[in-house]
Design a protein around this ligand. Sequence first.
Ligand SMILES: [Fe+2]
Length: 367
Amino acid sequence: MSPSRISESQMVITPLKHAADKKCKLGATVTGLDLNNVSDEDLATLKEATHRYQLLMIKDQHDLDVKKHWELVTRLDPTAHEVHGHGTVEQFAKTGGMLAKRTVHGIPAAPNVRLIGKGYQGDDHYGIKNFTAAGASNDYHRYPPSEEAFAAGNTQFQRWHTDAPLYDREPPHFTALRAIKCQTAFVSTIQLYELLSDEEKMLADNSWVEYAPFPYMWIENCKGRPNGLGLETEGLEHKMDEMPEWEEKKIKRYPMVWVNPLGQKALQVHGIAVRKMFLKDTPTSEVKIVDNVVEIRKLLHSWQERIIRPEYVLSAPVEEGDVQMWDNWSVFHTAIDYPDQYGPRTMHQANLAASDSPVGPVPIPVF
Ligand SMILES: [Fe+2]
């Protein structure tokens, strides 16, 4: 180690200490790092720590320059095209379906950094004037809490998800969310994989899923289940002939299990967007194709609900000025809606469509 290295880096990474009744393992805080000025060496440490702890709370970034925020995610995946995971604001508005029902703004100084939130964002928020955001809320649910219950502080996880277009572009490796005011919850899909039985792990390891073209448009009329995991199945998905023309080569087929750079396996299936499953019980079994969403969701919910439990869910201990950065290939996260009298929600979200595709424990066929 060179003397300059000792004197330059002040970064300290401290794993979160979870309460005695918790079983979740993810999360760490990072102090002594200024995201406006990150050395290559600190960047490498940060990247490794994001894979290791899955969620980092990078403290004291009140003065983060929006351009530097975007630069951070591009430096973490330097060969990727420089575009947000959901493409440009214009592309997103056209085909983002369920996700694009509300106006999304790019921050003028760095349009790939998106202002997301709920409520009035002020006279001039980084150049965005007099904007009232209609953000993620419990109106996504088929059975939301009553107005009285909500006003009294009862809420629901909004929608458990990974930040992923699941058509055309690849899922971002990392999301860096500048948390000006928000509440977000996380679960580890590595820990979820560990909760499967040996037979289920074998099935998951050898199976893959196919996502719908323009998946969030396909399900734009669907409603969420009460715990925020998955959709109520009510026949409200669009028929394929109602969908805009899509290109076969842009359809995404991913393994159910994604292996991270540390060799850990995550059960990373974005159930709301899956249109087909290709199931193999063992490496030598015949492939069973399932294209009925009732059956698809039944299997996925039975697995994924094991992690949506108080002991495994981390309600992120976020403070104004934090940047939350997560390994988007090994966690699920969700917004948590709260009543207007608690104030607006305000976040700046940056993620970059990845330069590569998720890789499973066994190769899946090339179509
Ligand atoms: Fe998200």
